[in-house]
Structure formats: structure tokens, C-alpha cells
Design a protein around this ligand. Structure first.
Ligand SMILES: [Zn+2]
Length: 390
């Protein structure tokens, strides 16, 4: 049986299609056309989102956990629970993101994640697909560590990186790295040569140190403004380069807490519709009541919409559907440009465009339907509608 999606518009990453008709067969996109071209196919289940815009499901390249679980637990139960929660918020795929922990703990988590990544997801589970791993730490700065435990931070070292990469069986897709650390440029080049994207962040780097990391292969910046040396007009530092280097992608946590809306506007003007990436940096308390939760191996207090440890923000409680509505409210950007920040841009940065964040024929039929304010109307994975978990 075929499934057909219809809506007001469809954004395919390049153009807007009016009155779209998406045919889905065996969970994959069979065709995308417009109702103005012909009639609806007969004998099909029709999911109609009249008034809404269809787009590719979101790709989150920076997420630690949700729904009471952390990806570093690396168990099927933890990952399935996180995946189902994300799916209910429009996220079709993600990079499981680690935090700094003792090296042996990280190695154990990575090999657990590698086993889970190697298994093809069961389409009936309706969960977001884990596309790989984002290593956030241990190669980050003491000065801008945020809540990463100082005793486990490490200087960049290609040998340690190789142990992490091998424990993850090559599934590391992205790594956050502080450019000012000795050996950072060498590690950026080494990781890039192994196919890992390097993202500058958790850093007190000068502009020159940041440029050196970019010259060595860094392609993105981790949560712009957060855990990053502040802008100074004499030494623009990492932030000055992140905002002005046209080739560099840049993440932002758009929850209205991590970055003031005025600076969300500045970031949007600087990075624009081809380089800006919205992430959640969500931790296990996302979707849960206030209380104490784990982020990697440490305990975080959650109250009033904030996750913190000793007054320092510790991940977020954000979902990408809310990030989209807030971004639109803060910036007034056109909906189709904003959608790029959760689909095409993270896919281009990570090189996952043939599997996530796009809508080519033959790809898994993973869609969001959103209204004019960007609010999620429905999430569709493998051609099936995901019902909200909460
Ligand atoms: Zn993070």
C-alpha cells in the first residue's frame, strides 16, 4: 500500500512546491510532484497537512540525551527512548554527542554506541536515526570548559584520538576542539584526514589560533557564543573569526536562554542561510520534570527551564521544533531559509546529505509538517506519522 502526503507547500531545500503530492513506497520517497500536475494516486493512504509546509525531518548534530537518558549510557533502551522522543519533535536523525569523562568511560561508551550504530534501525520503531557520534571533549579548553570536568580534559593527541576513533569503529562524524591547545592544528588535520569534521569550540582561542585550526581543516563552530571567548575589538578571538569566516558553519542553541535574541540576530546576519546550524545541546532532562539529572557522568540541576551545575549552564532542555519557532520569532527570517538551518546545513557540514536533511527520491520518507510560525504540525518517519510522546 502506498502512502501519499499532501500539504499547502513543500520545501525541498531548493524551491517551494505548491500543493505537493509525495508518494511513499516501502517507507521511501517514490516521487514528489504538485497536485496541479495531476490527480492523487488511487488506492493510497493519504496524510493531508492542509495549511502546512512539508520539509525534510531535522538533523541535530549536537545532542546528549532526552527523556531521562544520556547517549553515553550506550544501551539499546537509552538510545531507543531518546530516538522516539526526538522523532516526536521532528528530528529524523542525530549525532549522539559525548561529554568529557574519564578516558576508559568514554572508550566504553563509544564501543557501546558503535555496536548500536552498526545495527540498522527497525522502521516500525519510529525513532530518529543515529547517524554517528559527535565527540565534545576531551580536547577542550580549561578556561572555557563549561561544565566539562577539568580533571578529564586532555591535550590534543593523535594517539588518544585514534583510540577514541577505533573504539567508535569509525563512527565519529564530528569533534569539538579548542584551537589554542598545543597540538590542536595537527589533530584537526589528522581527524579531517580520517573523515571526521572538526568544530572549533569550548575555546579561549585568539583569532590567529582559530584561523590556524580552520586552515588545518576545521569546518564548523560549536554552540556559537557559549563556552567561547567574548568578542573584543582589539583581539577579536575565536568569536570574531566564527562570525566573519564565510566558509565556516556555526551552531547555535536557540532557546532564548543560551544566547540573547539580539545576538541570535547578529549570528543570523553573519552566518546566513547557508552556514547557520541550529542545534539543541539537549541533555537527559529534556522532556522531563524539574529535578536532578545526568549529563555524561555528572549530576545537573534542572529548574525553570534551565539545566545547570553550580550556576553554569549544562546543556539545554531544547527540542529542534522549539528552536525553529524561537529562531523565526527572534529574527523574522523566511520559513524556508530557517528550515535550512535544521536540514540542509547540518547535512552539508557533516557530509550526510545523501541520508539526512534532504528529500531525494529513494531516501527514507522522513518529513516534518510545520505551520507558518514553524510550529510542528506532524512528524513523519518512514512514511508513518509519529504521535507526540507528550
Ligand atoms: Zn554539548
Amino acid at each position: 500500500m502506498r502512502t501519499v502526503l499532501t500539504a499547502e507547500k513543500l520545501w525541498n531545500g531548493i524551491s517551494l512546491i505548491d500543493h505537493p503530492v509525495v508518494e511513499i513506497e516501502d517507507g521511501r520517497i517514490a516521487s514528489v510532484s504538485s497536485r496541479t500536475d495531476g490527480k492523487l494516486p488511487a488506492h493510497a493512504v493519504v496524510l493531508d497537512y492542509s495549511g502546512a509546509t512539508l520539509a525534510a525531518a531535522f538533523l541535530d548534530v549536537h545532542i546528549h540525551g532526552a527523556a531521562g537518558h544520556d547517549v553515553m549510557e550506550a544501551t539499546p533502551q537509552a538510545l531507543n527512548t531518546i530516538g522516539r522522543f526526538l522523532a516526536s519533535h521532528g528530528t529524523g536523525s542525530y549525532l549522539a554527542t559525548t561529554v568529557t569523562a574519564p578516558l576508559d568511560v568514554t572508550l566504553r561508551s563509544l564501543s557501546g554506541l558503535a555496536r548500536l550504530l552498526a545495527k540498522a534501525p527497525n522502521p516500525a520503531d519510529l525513532e530518529a536515526t543515529r547517524m554517528g557520534i559527535h565527540l565534545e571533549g576531551p580536547f577542550v579548553s580549561h578556561a572555557k570548559r563549561g561544565v566539562h570536568p577539568p580533571e578529564y580534559l586532555l591535550a590534543p593527541d593523535t594517539g588518544v584520538f585514534d583510540r577514541l576513533y577505533e573504539a567508535a569503529e569509525g563512527h565519529v562524524r564530528l569533534m569539538t576542539l579548542a584551537p589554542e591547545l598545543p597540538g590542536a592544528a595537527e589533530l584537526a588535520a589528522h581527524a579531517t584526514a580520517r573523515g571526521v569534521r572538526v568544530s572549533v569550540g569550548h575555546s579561549n582561542a585568539t583569532a590567529a589560533e582559530t584561523r590556524a585550526a580552520i586552515a588545518a581543516g576545521a569546518v564548523s563552530a560549536t554552540h556559537t557564543f557559549n563556552a567561547m571567548r567574548a568578542l573584543d575589538h582589539h583581539e577579536p578571538g575565536i568569536l570574531g573569526v566564527v562570525l566573519t569566516c564565510d566558509s565556516l558553519f556555526a551552531e547555535l542553541i536557540c532557546d532564548g536562554i543560551h544566547t540573547d535574541p539580539e545576538l541570535v540576530k547578529l549570528w543570523w546576519r553573519a552566518k546566513g542561510p547557508k552556514r547557520a546550524i541550529l542545534v539543541t545541546d539537549a541533555m537527559s532532562a529534556t522532556g522531563m520534570p524539574d529535578g536532578e539529572y545526568q549529563l555524561g557522568g555528572f549530576t545537573v540541576q534542572v529548574a525553570d527551564g534551565k539545566a545547570s551545575m553550580g550556576g553554569v549552564l549544562a546543556g539545554s532542555l531544547l527540542t529542534l521544533d522549539r528552536a525553529l519557532t524561537k529562531f523565526l520569532a527572534f529574527t523574522g527570517a523566511p520559513l524556508e531559509q530557517a528550515l535550512q538551518l535544521l536540514t540542509a546545513n547540518p547535512a552539508a557540514m557533516t557530509g550526510l546529505g545523501d541520508r539526512a536533511g534532504s528529500l531525494a527520491v529513494g531516501q527514507p520518507a522522513n518529513f516534518v509538517a510545520v505551520d507558518g510560525q514553524g510550529a510542528l504540525v506532524a512528524s513523519v518517519l518512514g512514511g508513518k506519522e509519529v504521535s507526540a510522546m507528550r
